[in-house]
Design a protein around this ligand. Structure first.
Ligand code: TXA
Ligand code: MG
Length: 319
């Protein structure tokens, strides 16, 4: 595998070419790093599943360079979804829509819908544009971690997670630290109103401000959804929520919470936004120190704190 540092236009073009040739390219987005493949190339997409160790019936998000590409991949798009796309793309939002013929079973896990997202991170957008210039239609990209593990928020973490599973011509594009740090908000847009399947930076309040009603039947959903498995986003260490650590255990909390004597502070962010940015790297740090337990006191406000609590609740489930 090759690592591209300081991705210039020229280097991004090379990465786009590698995608077109059927290789895997891990790339930064504003949320987390993705493991990309040509979304129309069955062989390449199958490699995503084997590199991640992910069951093939879990659908993948297709990344496109702009709202103009939406009609290629989706049909029967409701008005509210167009409104959402106009408002929040490029950005940390994935829309689940009825699929067009372009979205094959190997992308959708055999369902009749497809997940679509236009990321805002500049390297990601440039990569998607260059890929489309040479005939590409969209890039399938799950988070660049092994199935069930913590998403990577920097290139080093991608290498640690997937390095040994990648092939010689695969690429990791190093675009620095992810700005948001937790995965995109996923909205099911196949019904009369959107439903939030996975909370993220864009929240229910943001939708309501636009005058869009939200169906809040999260949970028992007919759509297959790997993020909805009980245990997910998990480091090796056991996560204990809302309690103080014992001696020798890891600790993550806002900076105004003191570190109990004898415990190992893994992060001390000043607010919820920083908490999201630092969380996954802090969990990885705990694993690199071979800690058995990490205590986490998450922020309790609304906004991104909802996504933080969602991921931590899943990470703390028994495996
Ligand atoms: O922020 C993100 O969304 C990142 C970056 C790389 O874009 N991607 C990401 O992908 O988190 P992934 O595959 O790790 O998580 C996407 C979740 C999975 O649980 C998947 O099953 C679900 O979204 N999903 C994807 N397409 C779907 C669909 N058509 N219907 C229902 N769920 C879908
Ligand atoms: Mg994931």
């Amino acid at each position: 595998m090759k690592i591209i540092n300081n991705p210039t236009q020229y280097k991004i073009k090379k990465a786009a070419k590698a995608l077109k040739e059927g290789h895997l390219v891990a790339f930064p987005t504003e949320t987390v790093y993705g493991l990309g493949a040509d979304a129309t190339n069955k062989k390449a997409v199958n490699r995503i599943y084997s590199v991640k160790g992910r069951p093939t019936n879990h659908p993948l998000i297709v990344h496109i360079s702009s709202i103009d590409q939406l009609d290629k991949w989706a049909i029967n798009i409701p008005e509210y979804a167009v409104k959402l796309a106009n408002e929040f793309w490029p950005g940390p939002m994935t829309l689940i829509l009825k699929r067009s013929n372009l979205a094959k079973d190997f992308i959708s896990g055999g369902q009749d819908n497809v997940g679509l997202r236009v990321p805002s991170q500049s390297v990601a957008l440039e990569l998607l544009k260059e890929f489309e210039k040479i005939g590409g239609q969209g890039v399938a990209a799950p988070s660049a971690n092994r199935f069930g593990a913590v998403s990577p928020t920097n290139a080093e973490a991608v290498k640690e997670e997937l390095g040994i599973f990648l092939q010689l011509d695969d690429i990791i594009v190093d675009g620095g630290q992810c700005l948001i740090g937790v995965e995109s908000t996923i909205l099911d847009c196949t019904g009369e109103n959107p439903q939030i399947l996975r909370p993220g930076k864009i929240t229910e309040i943001d939708l309501r401000i636009l005058g869009i009603s939200v169906d809040s039947k999260i949970g028992e959903h007919f759509i297959k959804f790997s993020g909805s498995l009980k245990s997910h986003y998990s480091p090796r260490a056991k996560i204990n929520l809302n309690c103080l650590p014992e001696t020798g255990e890891g600790f993550i909390a806002l900076s105004n919470v003191k570190t109990p004597i004898g415990s190992i502070r893994l992060a001390a962010p000043d607010n919820a936004v920083q908490f999201a940015q630092q969380l996954y790297a802090a969990l990885r740090l705990g694993d690199s120190k071979n800690l058995t337990c990490i205590s986490v006191i998450p922020p309790t406000d609304s906004g991104i704190a909802i996504a933080i609590n969602d991921r931590l609740t899943k990470a703390s489930q028994d495996r």
